[in-house]
Design a protein around this ligand. Structure first.
Ligand SMILES: Nc1ncnc2c1ncn2[C@@H]1O[C@H](COP(=O)(O)OP(=O)(O)OP(=O)(O)O)[C@@H](O)[C@H]1O
Ligand SMILES: [Mg+2]
Length: 365
């Protein structure tokens, strides 16, 4: 049985704004579960409903089979970390963390034991006497994390805790948050609109749009086997190929002709990094795996070097196609107009019906 379950959650603000529409999730014990989606899709509303700051219009929330909606927010035993650090500037680090224990009437001796433990977990034990104003953003957010954990919550909720930090620190702290969470083993729901962060940190990801759940899965499933066009577009990028005889021919070579014929209104996409440039001898690779590979000829229309990789845009019979090249080598061979052949594998081609739902099964399991 899952640890936390949210079933058919709907939240309507002011009678008209539908922030959540029939959203259901379940979180396993010790799981790091991430809500990912664009601004306004309902991530914070779902989190605040679980914390008890919002009452659902309809739906159920339970932890360990116990109906959470009957429990007032302060009795829910849920730790929260917010985007703004929400630290008290006049209290030192120790007192900031101890603050959460006050309303719980924890004995002083226990406070003296638990606060240092929480500070050690976030590696702030040496700074216990420091005032937050003399600390970096990353350190202040660690105070927030320690304060959420010190109450020994049954669930940890984090709403974009890293979005006020610079890019480098964000990457460092997300690794730390992941490590700390695995060590303490508290089931965690983490909110972000940063897809890379979600992929890096999560056991499972729930992709949301417009208040509903698009797909729930491991990072590999979400990225490698997106079930809707929205997920494929939001997590990573895709090239959508132009319909016509050239696309029909390509899909036929890939063994997708029957599926394409049965779904005339479908659109077909391929990820930029799953296209391989064929060097030297076009034709050799495709023949080796006939029926699952196809070659696509194009001419360079744009070449962008961005350090660790390059983005090559090609004009082809199925439209403008972007190819990501991991080890680009000298740029001289990618001058505008130069002919390039790329290899497409069937497993990296995604077909979506007009509804947005995926019609072919994907590679990742
Ligand atoms: N208290 C409120 N009253 C009215 N509408 C609200 C309220 N809170 C949220 N909304 C609306 O509900 C929708 C979902 O908002 P929510 O804050 O949950 O989105 P979000 O996914 O967290 O977005 P962001 O990434 O920008 O934080 C939005 O359209 C928002 O304007
Ligand atoms: Mg939000």
């Amino acid at each position: 049985m899952s640890y936390l379950t949210v079933t058919n959650a709907t939240k309507v603000f002011g009678g008209t704004v539908v922030a959540l529409a029939d959203a259901s999730i379940s979180v396993e014990p010790s799981e790091f579960f991430t809500l990912l989606g664009p601004s306004g899709c309902g991530k914070t509303t779902l989190l605040r409903s679980i914390a008890g700051f919002h009452d659902l219009t309809s739906g159920e929330i339970s932890i360990n089979g116990k109906d959470l909606r009957k429990v007032p927010p302060h009795k829910r035993d849920i730790g929260m970390v917010f985007q703004d650090y929400a630290v008290f500037p006049h209290l030192n680090v120790f007192d900031n963390v101890a603050f959460g224990l006050k309303p719980r009437k924890v004995p002083a001796a226990e406070v003296k034991k638990r606060v240092p433990e929480a500070l050690e977990a976030v590696r702030l034990e040496a700074l216990a006497e420091r005032l937050p104003s003399a600390m970096s953003g990353g350190q202040q957010q660690r105070i927030g994390l320690a304060r959420a954990m010190v109450i020994n919550p049954q669930l940890l909720l984090m709403d974009e805790p890293l979005s006020n930090l610079d890019a480098k620190l964000r990457v460092e702290l997300r690794e730390e948050i992941r490590e700390i969470q695995k060590k303490v083993g508290i089931a965690t729901i983490y909110v972000t609109h940063d897809q890379e962060e979600a992929l890096a940190i999560s056991d499972r990801i729930c992709v949301m749009s417009d208040g509903h759940v698009e797909q729930i899965g491991t990072p590999e499933q979400i990225y490698g086997d997106p079930q809707t066009r929205f997920v494929a577009n939001f997590v990573g990028t895709i090239n959508t190929m132009q319909p016509g005889a050239a696309l029909d021919g390509l899909l036929g070579q890939l063994g997708l002709g029957d599926l394409a014929a049965a779904n005339a209104d479908a659109s077909w996409s391929v990820r930029p990094e799953s296209l391989q440039i064929i060097q030297g001898n076009p034709g050799a690779d495709a023949k080796a795996a006939a029926g699952t590979n196809a070659e696509l000829n194009g001419a360079v229309s744009k070449y962008t070097y961005i350090g660790r990789e390059s983005h090559l845009q090609l004009s082809t019979d199925v439209g403008e196609i972007v190819v990501h090249i991991a080890n680009p080598g000298p740029s001289s061979k990618y001058t505008p107009g130069a002919p390039i052949t790329v290899n497409i594998e069937r497993q990296s081609v995604f077909g979506f019906a007009a509804t947005g739902d995926r019609i072919n099964t994907g590679p990742a399991k």
